[in-house]
Design a protein around this ligand. Structure first.
Ligand code: PGA
Length: 257
């Protein structure tokens, strides 16, 4: 990455880890990451947010959630509101993840309402966008990203953008081992920045962090971070194992050993 802001390394635990496992991981990670220059974010399951946030207090790790409802509260059985996440200690939320779009039929309009609610309540948002394999093969990547970004950010004010991170996650690269190469991601992040520039002022767009997610591992992490327009990583599978995630978080250290 190019700017002076720190690299963002975010872990997405998906539906893994109990409270005991989460606390143990965070305790050990906190001890290991003292030398990192990265900003470390961990999106944990709802049930582990409170204990993870307590364990992360005073460390360099920020705890967040992987989803929320768009309403401020109400009769929505089984749902969780932004203010409940904040109450439990979450600082951010991942929204628009392709697994939520695919398995839970979340569309851009719903994601847009969640983005606005989260920002309004004071949560940082990691907004995921990305094309499927057939869309990339049909050269529709730009069109898909444009549709997703325009719809998901509809009505989101320039002032709130400082609390927004965009995660470019090509659907074909998530959990498949088929990571998009660093040059492909770099090129796509430039496209994303161009789309954002049609929505917000240049000054603001320059400061939006765009991170990459999809089969990131210690062996490929550094290649992404070296690119000027890749501001960090969203790591799924490789964030579940302490040593593996530590190697990604402490990439500077590991790059020199
Ligand atoms: P993966 O997942 O690293 O396991 O591909 C990334 C994500 O879903 O955010």
């Amino acid at each position: 990455m190019e700017s002076e802001a720190s690299v963002i390394i975010a872990g997405n635990w998906k539906m893994y880890k109990t409270n005991i496992e989460a606390v143990d991981f965070i305790k050990k990670l906190g001890e290991k990451i003292a030398p990192t220059k990265a900003q470390v974010l961990l999106a944990v399951p709802f049930t582990a947010i409170a204990s993870a946030a307590k364990e992360a207090e005073g460390s360099l790790i920020e705890i967040g959630a992987q989803n929320m409802n768009d309403a401020s509260e109400g009769a929505f059985t089984g749902e969780v509101a932004a203010k409940m996440l904040i109450d439990a200690g979450a600082k951010f939320v991942i929204l628009g993840h392709s697994e939520r779009r695919r398995y839970f039929n979340e569309d851009n309009a719903f994601i847009n309402r969640k983005v606005k609610r989260a920002l309004q309540e004071g949560l940082k948002v990691i907004l995921c966008v990305g094309e499927s394999l057939s869309e990339r093969e049909a050269e529709k990547t730009e069109e898909v990203l444009q549709n997703q970004l325009k719809a998901c950010l509809d009505g989101v004010l320039e002032d709130d953008i400082k609390n927004l991170i965009i995660a470019y996650e090509p659907v074909w690269a998530i959990g498949t081992g088929l990571n998009a190469t660093a040059p492909v991601v770099e090129e796509t992040h430039l496209v994303i920045r161009q789309i954002l520039a049609t929505l917000y002022s240049e000054e603001v767009v320059k400061r939006i962090s765009i991170i990459y997610g999809g089969s990131v591992k210690p062996a490929n992490a550094l290649a992404y971070i070296d690119e000027p327009n890749i501001d960090g990583l969203l790591v799924g599978g490789a964030s579940l194992d302490l040593d593996t995630f530590d190697q990604i978080v402490n990439y500077q250290h590991h790059a020199n050993t």
